[in-house]
Design a protein around this ligand. Structure first.
Ligand SMILES: [Mn+2]
Length: 298
């Protein structure tokens, strides 16, 4: 992250990429920016206010074979989010984007693809790589598909916005903290990463070395940092759509993020999937706010 770059806090409360958590309900991750701001995140980051990008209505209905759930809303949101991120970059700011679900990465990836060739540090408990080539239920929830979508796999209405497929090349992605069993298909596709179990057993050095090699090599104009908070172990944060054991602890995630944000070329950060509906006493929101504050504190 370029020293002196102004952090700009932007809320992206889109839940359009998840399936309904129960009949008659909508995914609660749209409340995450509010819960984090209630922990005084704007002030703790020393960030400038960049506002809120409000999504379209959530439509729960989906049928296999009928495209991606909420595809039109996600496509429209991605274009508007790309424009907002681009405006922050135009002011030489560093966007800190509070999701929302993982599908917001499409807006960031589109913004960067319009500018040049950018990489993606994808920190997530899952590889979010479901796509029609390998999964018959692809389309049910774009949040579980968005690394596939960002790298050009899946429905053209999301993979080919502005005719720019793919937004990110496979070679320019590093997947960090996905559970071992969750990174088989990305590895088979040639997307490199280090799984959570190996990071917890051996430390962050291998992950940061791979990130440095992948994201700072000549030819890349920079990279984006995506964090699905389910990269943490559910013993620490369980208020997520798909908690899976074997995740990172807080100090390890903070060390990874600090290492990534110190690399030359980091141009933005997003936090996704935290669901305040599953955190009634607010204790987990406090942990997430602490992670973000420590990641950026210098
Ligand atoms: Mn995810």
């Amino acid at each position: 992250m370029n020293a002196g770059r102004e952090l700009m806090l932007l809320d992206a409360p889109s839940n359009l990429g998840l399936r309904p958590p129960a009949d008659g309900t909508v995914p609660g991750c749209y409340k995450a920016p509010g819960a984090l701001r209630d922990n005084d995140l704007l002030r703790r980051l020393g960030a400038t206010e960049a506002g809120v990008l409000t999504p379209a209505r959530y439509h729960p209905a989906w049928e296999q074979g009928h495209g991606v759930r909420n595809a039109a809303g996600i496509a429209e949101y991605s274009r508007r989010l790309a424009a907002r991120i681009d405006r922050i970059h135009g002011r030489n700011g560093f966007p800190v984007v509070l999701g929302g679900d993982c599908s917001i990465v499409l807006g960031a990836a589109l913004a960067l693809r319009r500018r040049g060739r950018y990489g993606l540090a994808y920190l997530d408990g899952h590889d979010d790589f479901r796509h029609p080539g390998i999964a018959p239920t692809a389309g049910s929830a774009a949040a579980g598909e968005c690394l596939a979508l960002a790298t050009g796999r899946g429905a053209a209405e999301l993979t080919d916005l502005d005719g720019l497929r793919p937004y990110v090349a496979d070679s320019d992605v590093v997947l960090l903290g996905a559970r071992e069993e969750e990174s088989v298909e990305t590895a088979a596709a040639g997307i490199r990463g280090v799984p959570s179990q190996r990071i917890m057993a051996a430390g962050t050095a291998e992950a940061l070395a791979l990130a440095t090699e992948t994201l700072t090599r000549p030819g890349l104009d920079g990279f984006w940092v995506h964090v699905d908070i389910d990269v943490l172990d559910p013993a620490i944060v369980s208020a997520v759509d798909s908690p899976d054991p074997g995740g990172l602890d807080v100090d390890t995630l903070v060390a990874l993020l600090r290492g990534l944000l110190d690399l030359p070329g980091a141009v933005g950060f997003e936090l996704t999937v935290f669901d305040p509906d599953l955190d009634p006493d607010g204790s987990q929101a406090a942990v997430v706010a602490e992670v973000i504050e420590r990641a950026f504190a210098r």
